[in-house]
Design a protein around this ligand. Structure first.
Ligand code: HEM
Length: 148
């Protein structure tokens, strides 16, 4: 039987010395993991005590990361009182989820911009210079045989 925490209780563990996070309805204690996170402490601190499901998924974590996450699970979050959450999945507070999405969008959009810029950059064609070079060589051969 898993321990059930309310979202309010999770929200109280929101510092670097005591950091809990909700993901996919599970409650995870990331206090010890914080400094080991390959994605840095900042992203986890930004979502301390909140629901990090969107960020976790959109960052495209590997299955190893998911397995590691499960070793840090301490329980599940109680369904929200609104009654629109029957499967026990946590629904992030709107303001909090906006914060996480904003952080995420900034990172992703920057990467995408770079990627698109490189992708749409036209490749300079070598054909004209190869053609002109060949003509020069042909004329040079003709001149050589003509005059010598
Ligand atoms: C228990 C929770 C978490 C675990 C165990 C975890 C684990 C990892 C691991 C192992 C990596 C290296 C890449 C990989 O193997 O996927 C990683 C990268 C990363 N994680 Fe997490 N992570 C967690 C939560 C989060 C959350 C909630 C966020 C967003 C707020 C996040 C953002 C990132 C970012 C930005 C990277 C770097 C991605 C890159 O460099 O391409 N992680 N994480």
């Amino acid at each position: 039987m898993e321990t059930v925490f309310t979202a309010d209780e999770v929200a109280r563990h929101n510092s670097a010395n005591d950091l809990w996070m909700i993901m996919h309805g599970g409650v995870y204690n990331l206090t010890k993991f914080l400094q080991e996170h390959p994605g840095g402490e900042e992203v986890l601190l930004n979502l301390a005590g909140m629901d990090g499901t969107t960020c976790f998924e959109e960052m495209g974590h590997t299955s190893e990361a998911v397995q590691l996450r499960e070793t840090l699970k301490i329980g599940i979050v109680a369904p929200s009182k609104e009654g629109d959450n029957k499967r026990g999945e946590s629904i992030p507070n709107k303001a909090q989820s906006t914060i996480s999405t904003e952080n995420l969008t900034t990172t992703i959009v920057d990467d995408d911009d770079n990627w698109e810029y490189q992708e749409t950059k036209p490749e300079p064609s070598n054909l004209p210079s190869i053609f002109i070079g060949s003509l020069v060589v042909i004329y040079a051969i003709i001149f050589y045989y003509w005059f010598f």
